[in-house]
Ligand binder design. Sequence first.
Ligand code: AOS
Ligand code: ZN
Ligand code: ZN
Ligand code: ZN
Length: 426
Amino acid sequence: MKIQEEQIQIENQKDLASHVESLDFLSNKLTKQNYDVNAIISKLADFQVAIPSWALGAGGTRFGRFSYFGEPSNLEQKIEDVGIIHSLTKTAGAVSLHIPWDVPEDYTAIKEVANSLDIKFDAVNSNTFQDQKNAKESYKYGSLSNVSQAVREQAIQHNLDVINIGNKLGSKALTVWLADGSCFPGQNNFQTAFQNTQDSLIDIYKGLPQDWKMLIEYKPYEPNFYSTVIQDWGASLMLANGCGDKAYTLVDLGHHLPNSNIEQIVSILQLKGKLGGFHFNDSKYGDDDLTAGSIKPYALFLIFNELVYGMKNNPQNPDLAWMIDASHNVKDPLEDLIQSLEAIQESYAKALLVDQDALKAAQLDNDVVKCQEILQGAFRTDVRPLLEKARLLSGGVLNPIKAYRSLDVREGLIRERGKNTIATGL
Ligand code: AOS
Ligand code: ZN
Ligand code: ZN
Ligand code: ZN
């Protein structure tokens, strides 16, 4: 299923008048306050977020999975789904693959499908948290950190294979997320596990092409509940520094203990030039993987405020790999991803409205009240007309969820793929 340009035009006709009205109102207001509205709109249009291949089927928990039907059952169909999201939002111009769930059978064919939909291959993810079919060694007690050299070697080789697969597709980064850790005190020697992980990562790093990055993701707990080898940004940063210049920390919003100040983590990592990637989602309790911005939109805005500051003031930090990492049971996965993209763009737009010069002046005056007024003034602005305009200029739709429904996309997918397809992966 592919969304046609004429369909987009018909959808946009329905909402054009009210869009023009609300955009006029907002741009007049912002222009009077000396904002360059067109510059903000073009930044929004440029901002692209990768969709992970595993978020396109209905997610689930260990308690069950409830299908939306018409889900993609192979890599080509997954890319087609990203294409649908991208043609509506013009914000999802990349896909992030997971190996071995997404090994292409025919590289040329897959690249053609992606090309025709204007989708790039972003970071590739390795998987040493599950045992693979016919694998000699088991990851039950860890992978890169395992006490067994044979297990570590198998896990290193898998990561090298993933680099090789990503390289054939045009990816430029490897994301490593490890489930390694322990469930009970005494089970692991912390120092040995950390040192083994560092040594294994160095071996993988040696196989990284010149223009690639290695992104090291951290997570405090789950699936291990007593200790995790790469538990926080500090552990990730130490390991990245131990590998070299091309290794970076990756921040997943769900991977923090409650009330962690994520915006501060993001800020300091950029200062040190070591923030490499980002996984967006939201949570109430832990790694809930809910829709970005659905629970704590102000926190997302504060994080974006630091990201915008860093993108402007920290040339030592590279361009980031942005990805949505969300998955759950109760929404159509494509609608869910569209909602995440909207929340991400909205937070970005609001952060672009923060008057950095005024904020700096207020900070120098220790005018705490003014500082808060500046941030919250930006946060309270309804920026959605700017997002609509960015999509309109890029050829997307004014209202993606509404269009998705009125074009009967899910029904079309079910007609094409049947009711019983089940997505591969988790
Ligand atoms: C796991 O908690 C991490 O968030 C990973 O980034 C990702 O969700 C996983 O690799 C996909 O299974
Ligand atoms: Zn993640
Ligand atoms: Zn996670
Ligand atoms: Zn998560």
